[in-house]
Unconditional design. Structure first.
Length: 331
């Protein structure tokens, strides 16, 4: 446990109150609800750990070693946050380096804000280095895997679960054909959909609106869902059997079940459709700026990952024709 002698705490230097002020600042800056929630949840866990370790609430007493101790806890503890029972499964597994880096980024942003507000002369995270996670190879869904998921939806429709069958098929095809994020998908309202041309208005990160498009196949599937969607006055596009809006968790669970029933293994869920869209789009249209807009990225860094993955796939296919061991006639 990291300890320190605590001076008389001033109201403005309370760690808890500054966390509240930081979250409020993110809200007033126009950050998306999902981004604000991300900061809030991670900082709440930081406060939980600080309380458990009996750290002083005066932020002036926190050093880089307090931060290092917290990051070490995140990286190594397999029973985190005092959670027990249902819903605690993810807290029982060792986290990836990506998760540790996420916590570091949140703390660096928070303490950077505290410094800018004049409550600290310097950030305790300034000397801490946490390497960025290495990019993994992006693996899209194959055409066969998507066909199998759609076949499950069609089977449900034929078995008189027409709302769920048509809805799940429409969600699958909209994700595939637009590349939207899960939060963007959930946020679509009826008035955001132009059924005459397939344009859909979505709210991206940072509350930035953009228009994406779905093709004829996805349009037909969405039309089929709208024929069975309850007409109960709700403005949200995606509804469950009770006529209530779908939650992000419900969509994640739906795709997970589709994969299981279709016999599809491997990782990835909703976000993997975004990768599939991006790689297939680049095969037809090489313009990375078009893809950047459609995906809602503010920078080209992520788009370059897609171009690198596509280049890898092309190189591997070319090797099938140019393998030296094969072309030289060895047996």
């Amino acid at each position: 446990m990291v300890t320190a002698t605590c001076p008389v705490s001033l109201p403005g230097t309370s760690l808890k109150s500054l966390v509240t002020g930081f979250v409020l600042t993110k809200q007033t800056e126009g950050k998306s609800p999902r981004t604000v929630e991300f900061y809030s949840e991670n900082l709440e866990r930081f406060l939980w750990y600080a309380h458990r370790q009996e750290w002083p609430d005066d932020i002036r007493m926190l050093t880089e070693w307090h931060i290092r101790a917290f990051l070490s806890y995140v990286a190594n503890e397999t029973n985190r946050w005092g959670l027990e029972g249902n819903g605690s499964e993810t807290a029982q597994r060792k986290v990836t380096h990506t998760t540790v880096h996420h916590y570091f980024v949140v703390l660096a942003n928070f303490f950077g804000w505290v410094v800018r507000e004049g409550f600290l002369p310097a950030s305790p995270t300034a000397k801490i280095k946490v390497a960025k996670p290495k990019n993994k190879v992006i693996k899209p869904y194959s055409q066969d895997e998507i066909s199998r998921m759609l076949a499950v939806c069609d089977k449900d429709y034929e078995r008189n679960t027409k709302l769920l069958g048509s809805r799940n098929k429409a969600i699958t095809l909209v994700l595939l054909d637009s590349g939207v994020r899960l939060s963007e998908l959930i946020g679509i309202s009826l008035e955001d959909v132009n059924t005459s041309n397939g344009n859909i208005k979505v709210m991206g990160k940072g509350s930035k609106e953009r228009v994406v498009r779905i093709g004829k196949v996805a349009q037909k599937s969405l039309w089929g869902y709208l024929m069975h969607r309850p007409n109960n006055g709700r403005i949200e596009l995606w509804l469950n059997e009770e006529g209530k809006p779908l939650s992000p968790t419900a969509v994640q669970c739906m795709i997970k079940r589709l994969k299981e029933r279709a016999g599809i293994g491997g990782g990835g869920s909703v976000h993997r459709f975004r990768h599939t869209f991006a790689l297939n789009f680049l095969r037809v249209d090489k313009n990375v700026f078009n893809l950047q807009y459609l995906l809602g990225h503010s920078e080209l860094e992520m788009v370059r990952r897609y171009t690198a993955t596509l280049g890898m796939e092309d190189a591997l296919k070319a090797h099938e024709k140019a393998s030296p061991a094969d072309t030289m006639g060895f047996r």
